[in-house]
Design a protein around this ligand. Structure first.
Ligand code: AMP
Ligand code: MG
Length: 338
């Protein structure tokens, strides 16, 4: 396995060309996007796409996001390009907004888990964009982690989960946004928010002048509307427990109990001033975007210290926190890893 260091803003084109050649030959290349690191394969090559599922140990019912470098390239992978898609793409692309649309014949069922829709976006990271331009094919790229685990925001995180399973990692340092893209379904009657992210529901509504709905509950088993919608997802190795904001007493009580049964305890705090019973306290930024950009790295770090339990102070209610709140809720969801 090769790790190639590239400058985030001015990637070395010789390295990008090598990565693009690997993609075109059916290989797997991990690369940074502005959200998290992705594990990329040629979206037009069924065998290459199958390798993504094998490397991630990802069940075949989970569709992949297809990355392209322009609106015109996006239009090649979809059958219909509605006006809302054009409007949103012009405002938010390149950027962390994924659109789900009826797929074109160019995209096979292995990419979409057999669905007749495809998820597509233009990532806002110079490394991802230059790789897409050099490869000149759409790149299917889910997050570069094992299924259910924390998404990677650094090349080290990628290696932790996928060492030996990929051909190349482009290392351009930490990814700026830090949580996965917002996913918006435009393939039905009205726009549906499938996954919260840093592009908020309100700003989407403001741009298209239309109300965005939420998906209906789905039954487990078959193809799901979106893998990010699994109840448990994005989870660290440690148990993660949400604690009410400002509830210092609850936090310390839970921590003392855990420490009493010789567990190693970490905490992500916002307003709770002290946590005497907690061994590893991380004070998180009170700005939602900064919190998001540090969330996974912080959880990766507490995992590597060997924390058994991570207590997370609930984040504020506002819409700008929706992406972070969603990830924390799923990371805290216990029980069946369906
Ligand atoms: P990841 O789990 O990081 O690979 O992200 C993949 C994301 O792609 C999921 O969370 C879904 O939200 C989204 N996705 C991909 N394809 C589709 C599709 N056809 N319909 C709905 N969502 C999709
Ligand atoms: Mg993922």
């Amino acid at each position: 396995l090769k790790v190639a260091h590239v400058e985030a803003n001015r990637p070395d084109l010789a390295i990008i060309d090598e990565a693009a050649r690997l993609i075109r030959r059916g290989g797997l290349v991990a690369f940074p996007t502005e959200t998290v690191y992705g594990i990329g394969a040629n979206a037009l090559d069924a065998e290459a796409v199958a390798k993504i599922f094998a490397a991630k140990e990802r069940p075949a019912y989970n569709p992949l996001i297809v990355h392209v470098d322009s609106i015109s390239a996006a239009r090649e992978v979809v059958r219909v390009w509605p006006e809302e898609a054009e409007t949103l793409a012009r405002v938010f692309w390149p950027g962390p907004l994924t659109l789900v649309l009826a797929k074109s014949r160019a995209i096979g069922p292995e990419v979409t888990a057999g669905l007749d829709t495809v998820a597509v976006r233009v990532p806002a990271h110079p490394v991802a964009l230059s790789l897409l331009a050099a490869a000149a094919v759409p790149i299917a790229a889910p997050s570069a982690n094992r299924f259910m685990r924390l998404s990677p925001t650094t090349a080290e995180h990628v290696l932790k989960g996928l060492e030996g399973r990929i051909d190349l990692v482009l290392d351009a340092g930490p990814t700026p946004v830090g949580i996965e893209s917002t996913v918006l379904d435009l393939s039905r009657g009205r726009p549906i928010l499938l996954r919260a992210g840093s592009v908020g529901k309100g700003s989407i509504e403001a741009v298209i002048g239309e109300e965005v709905g939420y998906p209906q509950a789905f039954s487990s088993g078959s193809a799901r509307p979106a893998p990010g919608m699994l109840e448990r997802h994005y989870a660290p190795q440690a148990r993660l427990l949400l604690v009410r904001a400002d509830d210092t007493e609850a936090l310390n009580t839970i921590a003392e109990q855990a420490v009493g049964s010789s567990e190693r305890v970490g905490a992500l705090l916002l307003t709770i001033p002290t946590a005497n019973a907690v061994e590893h306290v991380v004070r998180m930024p009170d700005d939602a975007a900064e919190y998001a950009s540090r969330l996974y790295a912080t959880l990766h770090q507490l995992d590597s210290i060997g924390c058994d339990l991570v207590l997370v102070e609930a984040v504020p209610p506002g819409e700008e926190w929706a992406g972070v709140r969603d990830r924390l809720t799923r990371a805290a969801a216990s029980g069946t890893r369906t």
